[in-house]
Write a protein that binds this ligand. Sequence first.
Ligand SMILES: Nc1ncnc2c1ncn2[C@@H]1O[C@H](COP(=O)(O)OP(=O)(O)OP(=O)(O)O)[C@@H](O)[C@H]1O
Ligand SMILES: [Mg+2]
Length: 197
Amino acid sequence: MIVVADEPDRATPLHPDELDGLRFKHITTRGELDELEQVNIESGLAWLNRRRKTDMLTEQFMRTLHRQMFGDVWKWAGQFRQTEKNIGIDPVQIAVQLKMLLDDARYWADNHTFAPLEASARFHHRLVQIHPFANGNGRHARIAADTYIADRFEHAPIDWTAGHDLQHTNDRRNAYIAALRAADAGNYEPLLAFVSA
Ligand SMILES: Nc1ncnc2c1ncn2[C@@H]1O[C@H](COP(=O)(O)OP(=O)(O)OP(=O)(O)O)[C@@H](O)[C@H]1O
Ligand SMILES: [Mg+2]
């Protein structure tokens, strides 16, 4: 049995039902899980690169991207979570709130409401705030934001890590979480500084 939330700010502890969905029963450490997820994410990125450029601002694309990134590791990949988490909205609201975000993001791109980095940062923030999945929301929403900025603005991807490891506690991760919290309170400046750095 693994302890998924063994680091205090690794967010979202998994429900026993969710842990049941682990496809590798022999895993014993967080590091082993991280590695399996990383291999899966790389095949998800390969899928993303070779996909036909369909509209990414759909529920189907968001779910398929999550399944491509995590489906070899978690049986529930690509399905919306059904349990409450310490981060994220009430699970019954996920589909509706995600639809509103996707429609907003389309409007921002069509109407040049924000510069590309700001539109993408706002999209990312709201997506992790909704927290559609049981796990992998940060990694999924960073890649989703990069797909948005590329597809809708023809802009280079965001340098999320800036040479650091965003998965573990360090100054870059702390700045990232602090910027998301400021955005929760309506102040997007720190997040904009973060994605512009
Ligand atoms: N207070 C917070 N602490 C941790 N994460 C937060 C917080 N507020 C928002 N988040 C977002 O939630 C994500 C963590 O959620 P989740 O565990 O589902 O994603 P993940 O991809 O597994 O996470 P990680 O970023 O640790 O790789 C963070 O990456 C971040 O985007
Ligand atoms: Mg996680």
